[in-house]
Ligand binder design. Structure first.
Ligand code: ATP
Ligand code: MG
Length: 407
């Protein structure tokens, strides 16, 4: 059966030592997961991964999969042929003829001879292939610095040809750095925080505190859409929706007005911590950035930290808003994040929140709120939605009842 072939360039993985095999295996499986139900196989050849996919798979599917998989620095559709100069020339000719080169002005040939026993040296092969380019498109001139078209030829166990490779998302394969819980709100920041941590190989589920009817059904739909949108980067994820209205109302009733946000954040850490513990995860991820709002000052974040029994990762801590927005646009979450459904109703936000809280005082205040029963009840009523690596919703069940066999 004819297969589509893609050449994949790995980045940081190739710097790994003895455990490189684990990273490579994970990358391979993550790609295969995204292509299902289409069958695919991979073959590794020094610094490259070759992906063979059954021909009926739409190219967009493959490209969507490769452009959202961490561990890939670049990829391109490729042709494989025998290591014979005439065969390579003929393949190159056919490949270039099938391309629309009318808009291009310049080109470059890059030859890589991994197999040193191949009798033609890289430079000579480069010249031979440059002639082929001229035969097919004689209007193209050589430009070594910034060419419109790059023809690559790699001599390995076979010869491989490909043109301009697309950029991947870099990073390390998801699942190689353990598991964590992303606090996902409907805002711009937290989906980007999830993306950034997935880039370092962290596998994540998401958790959203929902305060219906103070936060609307539309707000929940928005968070579900965001989970779906980041699911390909996360290689599939589950969204825990925690109904927290009673907990919020308890905080509003008992806490000092200027401390309500901090009390909510402490309760978030405690609730998330229970999920982290139950699910054998290791950390909590948030979209906080230093000094972005009152609850994100150093003092406020250090109080929040002190209320967590687990490592809290804040990948955006040093990012400014514009940088975060740029990433959100690039990864495709921005449009959803700016939909006009507030994730936290104004009734729960103090007019003058504390920016320099005293940690011990805050801890004492939190103890006086009796949040445990609210947290237990909220978790008992938590719903889980699951999304696969292709961003499709695959199931919904109540926490504690169902399983995630259908993820
Ligand atoms: P975002 O844009 O991610 O909503 P933000 O700038 O609005 O962030 P906050 O509302 O203070 O900031 O929230 C800081 C972080 O706390 C969020 O990035 C997110 O990780 C978490 N968070 C806030 N609200 C919720 C919620 N309702 N459910 C889950 N996590 C939340
Ligand atoms: Mg928010």
């Amino acid at each position: 059966m004819a297969k589509l072939l893609y050449l994949i360039k790995e980045g940081e993985i190739s710097l790994k030592g003895l455990n490189r095999g684990l990273f490579e295996k994970r990358l391979k499986n993550n790609i295969k997961d995204k292509l299902r139900p289409y069958r695919s196989t991979t073959e590794r050849q020094k610094g490259r991964l070759f992906l063979f996919v059954e021909e009926s798979c739409p190219k967009e599917r493959i490209e969507k999969a490769l452009s959202t998989t961490f561990g890939i620095v670049g990829y391109a559709p490729a042709l494989m042929c025998e290591k014979k100069v005439d065969v390579i020339k003929e393949k190159a000719r056919r490949m270039l003829s099938s391309m629309d080169l009318s808009g291009a002005k310049t080109f470059k040939v890059i030859t890589k001879r991994e197999d040193k026993s191949f009798p033609v040296h890289s430079y000579d092969l480069t010249c031979i292939l440059a002639e082929v380019v001229h035969e097919v498109a004689d209007h193209l001139t050589v430009n070594l610095k910034n060419p419109d078209v790059v023809l690559h030829c790699e001599i390995r166990q076979q010869a491989f040809l490909y043109t301009n490779d697309a950029e991947g998302v870099n990073g390390l394969p998801v699942g190689t750095a353990g598991r964590g819980l992303l606090l996902l709100s409907g805002g711009i920041d937290s989906p980007v925080a999830g993306y950034e941590m997935a880039k370092r190989g962290l596998k994540m589920d998401c958790l959203y505190f929902h305060a219906y009817p103070y936060t609307s059904d539309e707000a929940l739909e928005k968070v579900k859409t965001l989970a779906k949108e980041i699911a390909p980067y996360l290689n599939g994820t589950r969204l825990f929706v925690v109904p927290f209205t009673e907990g919020q109302l308890n905080i509003k009733e008992k806490a000092a007005e200027d401390a309500t946000t901090l009390m909510f954040r402490a309760a978030m850490m405690k609730t998330a911590g229970q999920v982290v513990s139950n699910e054998q995860m290791t950390c909590i991820v948030t979209g906080e950035a230093l000094s972005q709002v009152a609850s994100q000052t150093l003092a406020a974040m250090s109080f929040t930290d002190s209320m967590s029994d687990y490592l809290v990762l804040r990948p955006l801590v040093a990012f400014d808003k514009q940088e975060i927005i740029n990433i959100a646009k690039r990864i495709g979450t921005y449009g959803t994040s700016i939909l006009p459904y507030e994730d936290c109703c104004v009734i729960f936000s103090p007019k003058h929140p504390l920016t320099n809280p005293d940690k011990d005082e805050m801890r004492k205040q939190y103890e006086s709120l009796g949040m445990e029963s609210f947290i237990t009840e909220a978790l008992e009523n938590t719903k889980i939605y699951s999304y696969n690596a292709r961003g499709e919703e695959t199931g919904v069940w109540n926490y504690g009842e169902g399983t995630d066999e259908n993820v």
